[in-house]
Design a binder for this molecule. Structure first.
Ligand code: NAD
Ligand code: TDX
Length: 331
């Protein structure tokens, strides 16, 4: 099988490419990534000389990428602007990449007769779940941020291509991923790296917002199952089954690092902050998938990775991230 993977220098995309090359020796992968602030070629360095891997530095919005996509079977679109806080500050890039980029890939897939187009989406498109409420694949979309609204728009566009042109689209909606190589603007890596440096952990609001944590390799296994056994025109949720309040995760990170809870500082809440995410993933479970990494095991592994890879994140935190962080906190 020949796969085009977009956003493969980012967090989940890089894990997915490595997973595919390790598990399917005869598959070929073309990674198309613009290398934005979040794209890091270091994430995928170990496979750069793999005979079945090719990298193209390009924007998914460019019409010109069509040429490179000749003779591929599958397109899997991970490329996106992915951070909610940035979407609140500067939404335009989200509309460009997450909506128009998806549009461009759908057009190319339609023209090229791609056999499968997988749109990597998120549980955030459903918006906030009340206590006891759970969203299913067919639940209405109710996004809260410019990020999740852009992702929801992309999902609807992709589904329209299935209905109108029979483009073989599948949508995958995962819960919050965590693991090695996640850009340190996101909650778990930000808190781990701040704690290592004895800096404060800025917890939004009352710290009781709930996220459902999914270890990145369990997500990759789920995407693999859907790539091979999913049905065209369908949506599949992938959930970690680990719904936790943010304060619980913050305290666990401090416990694993042997740091005091006094590093936690409650700060101003995120505008439009979704209280809770909760999705059912019975549909993918019927295809034979289930998460295998427990939250304790995954979080300990992740903390260990950031402890052992200070070079990776210090370069980021002293560079682009520092500028972003200062802007964000108006320092
Ligand atoms: P990330 O921000 O770590 O990586 C995104 C990658 O896309 C980067 O390598 C970046 O350079 C690339 N990119 C951005 N704009 C591009 C463009 N215009 N053209 C080409 N490449 C571009 O993101 P992530 O956390 O790995 O998320 C990957 C996908 O999974 C996204 O679509 C996101 O919406 C979705 N998702 C993420 C999570 C999560 O918890 N991280 C959960 C559910 C869904
Ligand atoms: O400094 C922080 N303090 C804090 O309390 C940050 C960065 C986050 N938080 C809270 C906000 C959320 O309740 O932690 C929770 C997780 O925050 P993020 O890591 O920003 O993730 P979230 O907003 O849930 O969105 C993520 O999950 C779904 C990803 O960024 C998306 O790409 C994905 O679609």
């Amino acid at each position: 099988m020949k796969l085009v993977v977009t956003g493969g220098a980012g967090f989940i995309g890089s894990h997915f490419i490595r997973y595919i090359l390790n598990n399917y020796p005869d598959y070929r992968v073309l990674n198309i990534d613009k290398l934005t602030y979040a794209g890091n070629i270091e994430n995928i360095k170990d496979v750069e000389n793999h005979p079945n891997y090719r990298f193209l530095k390009a924007d998914i919005c460019e019409r010109g990428i069509e040429e490179a996509i000749t003779d591929y079977d599958v397109v899997i679109n991970f490329a996106a602007e992915s951070h909610v806080d940035r979407s609140i500050q500067e939404p335009e890039a989200f509309l460009k990449t997450d909506v128009m980029g998806t549009f461009n890939l759908l057009e190319i897939s339609r023209k090229k007769g791609i056999q499968r187009y997988i749109q990597i989406s998120t549980d955030e498109v459903f918006g906030s779940a009340d206590e006891g409420q759970m969203f299913y694949e067919e639940s209405p979309l109710n996004p809260s941020s410019p990020y999740s609204a852009s992702k929801a728009a992309a999902d609807l566009l992709a589904l329209s291509y299935y209905r109108t042109y029979k483009t073989p689209v599948i949508i995958i909606r995962s819960t919050n991923n965590y693991g090695p190589n996640q850009y340190p603007e996101k909650f778990i890596p930000l808190f781990i790296t701040n704690a290592i440096e004895d800096k404060i952990l800025p917890l939004y609001g009352d710290g009781k917002n709930v996220r459902d944590w999914l270890f990145v390799l369990d997500n990759c296994r789920g995407i693999d199952v859907i790539l091979h056994r999913g049905k065209e025109g369908e949506i599949y949720n992938i959930a970690g089954g680990n719904e936790k309040e943010n304060i619980f995760i913050a305290k666990k990170i401090l416990e694993y690092l042997g740091k005091p809870d006094t590093l936690i500082k409650f700060v101003k809440d995120r505008p439009g902050h979704d209280r809770r995410y909760s999705i059912s993933c019975e549909k993918i479970k019927r295809l034979g998938w289930q998460p295998i990494v427990s939250l304790e095991e995954g979080l300990k592994q992740t903390v260990g990775w950031y402890k052992n890879n200070e070079d990776w994140w210090k370069k980021i935190k002293n560079g682009e991230f520092l500028e972003y962080y200062r802007r964000y906190y108006e320092l």
